[in-house]
Design a protein around this ligand. Structure first.
Ligand code: FES
Length: 114
């Protein structure tokens, strides 16, 4: 799985998601972009976007608890870094996509590879 956070911005199309006011700190927002389920987290004022499907057995990551910058899969407990998508704990061994996020004129935008 690619780590989209390492893409050059010129290689992605930024898609407007929602006003930042709809995603206060500590909250999450579920969206679908080009058929891909994506969940956005606001952690202490910074927004992160990851694929909402666990690479172990398709668990709903967006329903998992967040500790620091890690999300814990509610199905079997795998952990992923929200900033990079890196799989941090078994049983997951494959990273999830982590998409670049920016806020322009109060709107959250997520970058999808061209
Ligand atoms: S489905 Fe996520 S840890 Fe198994």
């Amino acid at each position: 799985m690619f780590n989209y956070t390492q893409y050059d911005e010129s290689q992605v199309d930024f898609i407007e998601i929602a006003p930042l006011s709809e995603l206060p700190p500590g909250e999450r927002l579920f969206v679908e972009i080009e058929g891909q389920p994506i969940v956005l987290f606001n952690i202490a004022g910074r927004v992160f976007a990851i694929g909402d499907v666990c690479t172990h057995d398709n668990g709903p990551l967006g329903d998992g608890e967040v500790e620091g910058h890690e999300v814990i899969c509610p199905r079997h407990g795998a952990r992923f870094d929200l900033r990079t998508g890196q799989a941090l704990l078994l049983p997951a061994v494959v990273d999830i996509p982590a998409y670049p996020v920016r806020v322009r004129e109060g709107q959250i935008e997520v970058g999808i590879p061209k």
